[in-house]
Design a protein around this ligand. Structure first.
Ligand code: DAH
Length: 345
């Protein structure tokens, strides 16, 4: 009886197969574990006649050996098969590709462009390496204006007897106003985003390069009211509909009258906090009516046309929107900082 059982188990065990690790484990449990079929034979072994014990014992050992070898062989087969299939599985989904993130200044610049585009402004562009004529002279800077000094501006080359031919890194995007006006007759309605350079020590609050967006509108009968309305719309689109603006008289060589514009502090809602130095207001841009001298210097008849201009700092707006307290973060390429803007568009 027992011998027959062993024979049939031997046959069974050498024919079994498994197609995955779970099935293999089930086989191991079925035949080789403590409660498995082979151990169960041991119970019957006690009743075997003494003269047959040796033969039956050997047969059980053979069965156990066969089971171990066959199950090990199946395991090995499965492992090598897995290696091969990993190389060959062309249908597997690709690993997700890690994309970079937009720089916070780019995010904000795009938003500024977007808002002014909706108000009819088109994009203009000009060189970063520019001559004095466009940066200073045509923008009505006096010959002895301090911005023309090496201490404020990076010069690339200085002309021995004609300062207007000096070549420098532009210190503001207002130079693009001159570039556009000398080649286009009004109506003109442009914005120009771009990088500017100043000879400043690098600290948390100042940098030797930063970004501006220049705006220029020239047509017949343009008034200060038009300027105010455009700037109010921009501020409310950028910082929320409850935002208020305040214009303070100021001075720029290329505008008359000139103003600096503050927005109500969107952190405390104008009540006063550490961020707005308890004034309730934060400055975001300079603006004014284009000085008739500038129009004339750029070939536009100031008796027929008038216009307004404004210039805003992209870093400033980004600081306000995202509360970045140190300007150096923008150019250090620290991915821990840049990744914080991953979900912004
Ligand atoms: N160019 C000025 C600056 O760099 C900013 C500015 C002020 C631009 C008034 C303008 C303006 O167009 O009207 O600080």
């Amino acid at each position: 009886m027992i011998l027959e059982k062993i024979e049939s188990l031997l046959k069974e065990v050498s024919e079994v197969s498994a197609s995955n690790a779970e099935e293999l484990e089930a086989l191991r449990l079925k035949y080789l574990s403590k409660k498995g079929e082979i151990n169960a034979l041991m119970a019957d072994f006690r009743n075997v006649a003494a003269d047959q014990k040796k033969a039956v014992g050997m047969k059980i050992n053979e069965l156990k050996q066969t089971a171990i070898e066959h199950i090990n062989a199946l395991r090995e087969q499965m492992e090598t098969k897995n290696d091969d299939s990993e190389e060959l599985d062309l249908t597997r989904t690709a690993y997700p590709i890690k994309l970079g993130t937009r720089h916070p200044l780019t995010i904000v610049r795009n938003e500024i462009i977007d808002i002014f585009s909706r108000m009819g402004f088109t994009l203009a562009d000009g060189p970063e390496v520019e001559d004095d004529l466009h940066i200073f002279t045509k923008m009505n800077f006096a010959a002895d204006h301090p911005a023309r000094d090496m201490q404020d501006t990076f010069f690339i080359s200085q002309h021995p007897n004609d300062v207007t031919k000096n070549i420098l890194l532009r210190s503001h995007t207002s130079s693009v106003q001159a570039r556009v006006m000398e080649r286009t007759q009004p109506p003109i309605r442009i914005i120009c985003p771009g990088r500017v350079y100043r000879n400043e020590a690098i600290t948390a609050r100042a940098h030797c390069f930063f970004h501006q967006v220049e705006g220029l509108y020239i047509d017949k009968n343009v008034s200060f009211t038009d300027l105010k309305q455009v700037l109010l719309t921009f501020s409310q689109e950028m910082f929320g509909p409850e935002t208020q603006i305040r214009l303070r008289p100021s001075y720029f060589p290329f505008t008359e009258p000139s103003a600096e514009m503050d927005i109500s502090c969107h952190i405390c809602g104008g009540k006063g906090c550490g961020f707005c130095k308890h004034t309730g207001w934060v400055e975001i841009l300079g603006c004014g009516m284009v000085d008739p001298n500038v129009l004339e210097l750029c070939g536009i008849d100031s008796n027929v046309y008038s216009g307004y201009a404004f210039g805003l700092g992209v870093e400033r707006i980004t600081n306000l929107k995202y509360l970045v307290s140190d300007l150096r973060m923008f150019s250090e390429n620290d991915t821990r900082f840049l990744k914080e803007f991953e979900s912004a568009n």
